[in-house]
Design a protein around this ligand. Structure first.
Ligand code: IPD
Ligand code: CA
Ligand code: CA
Length: 282
């Protein structure tokens, strides 16, 4: 690596995230109009302002680094360093006044994630990790949970805003809900991953995410002692978009369940609401 150590990157990223968090909270307090990038793909002035601020700070401090930001920020020069920036993860929550959203920034060096920060400004929670040095929540070391079996696990997932009718995740949601303590769908993939890293969730999965949703959170989970793979157990790669993250202890069981669901085996039928209504008539 260059003269700059990853820990110096982490403190720089934390400072930028804090600034962007303050900016977001200002917009959150006064509510912003919703705009649409697609069907139910929401965006607001706050997303763009946060990305502009982050881009400006990266440019000032790391002018040679490449950047890929969700709202269009691009710098592609072939640098060894590349930032993946989600200036506001959880836009739908933000736009509706539901205080579950964050800023997510991951830094890659020669194709390897070396530093990542997920900042939740509504709770003042800074999740950060440096490759090889562990993961931290507000400067205190954090670790994945110790849950060893699926039936006692609490998991999380998310649903995409594109082509929702083609996404099979509702099946996975149904099956895994029946086999665990439950599945949360809080609406911020980066925070979901941070919650796996901090032991609040035992696992998380989602289809079709983007590198800016994943880069920081994946490093957090790995550095907190967890495991991150694709749906078939293959090594995780940012470009692949589908992700399964866990505390490691339930990973094999979770992948086994997914394999069954993909194969259409052991699927519990969805209860018929008409039957339910009939049996519950007063
Ligand atoms: C979304 C959130 C959500 C996930 C979606 C993402 P955005 O990001 O992370 O939890 O389910 O797939 O697109 O649009 O709020 O930055
Ligand atoms: Ca996102
Ligand atoms: Ca976003």
């Amino acid at each position: 690596m260059s003269a700059e150590r990853a820990s110096e990157f982490v403190s720089a990223i934390e400072a930028i995230a804090r600034e962007a968090g303050e900016l977001l909270m200002g917009y959150f307090a006064r509510r912003v109009p919703i705009e649409y990038k697609g069907d139910v793909d929401l965006v607001t002035e706050a997303d763009r302002a946060s990305e502009a601020l982050i881009m400006d700070r990266i440019q000032a401090r790391f002018p040679r680094h490449d950047v890929l930001g969700e709202e269009g920020a691009r710098r592609e020069t072939g640098s060894d360093y590349k930032w993946y920036v989600d200036p506001l993860d959880g836009t739908t929550n933000f736009a509706h006044g539901f205080p579950v959203f964050c800023i997510s920034m991951g830094l890659e060096h020669k194709g390897q994630l070396i530093a990542g920060v997920v900042y939740d400004p509504a709770r003042g929670e800074m999740f950060s990790a440096e490759k090889g040095s562990g993961a931290y929540l507000n400067q205190r070391r954090m670790q994945v949970s110790k849950t060893t079996n699926l039936p006692e696990s609490l998991l999380a997932t998310g649903f995409p805003s594109h082509k929702r009718h083609k996404n099979p995740n509702i099946r996975f949601y149904h099956q895994i809900t029946l086999r665990t303590h439950g599945v949360r769908r809080a609406g911020s993939a980066a925070l979901d991953l941070a919650c796996v890293a901090s032991g609040r969730f035992d696992g998380f999965w989602e289809f079709n995410l983007n590198p800016w949703d994943l880069a920081a959170g994946v490093l957090l989970v790995e550095e907190a002692g967890g495991q991150v793979t694709g749906f078939f157990g293959q090594p995780f790669r940012l470009a692949e978009r589908d992700v399964v993250a866990s505390n490691g202890l339930i990973h094999a069981d979770l992948l086994r369940e997914f394999k069954e669901i993909f194969a259409g085996r052991c699927l519990e039928p969805l209860p018929d609401p008409r039957e339910y209504a009939k049996s519950h008539q007063p």
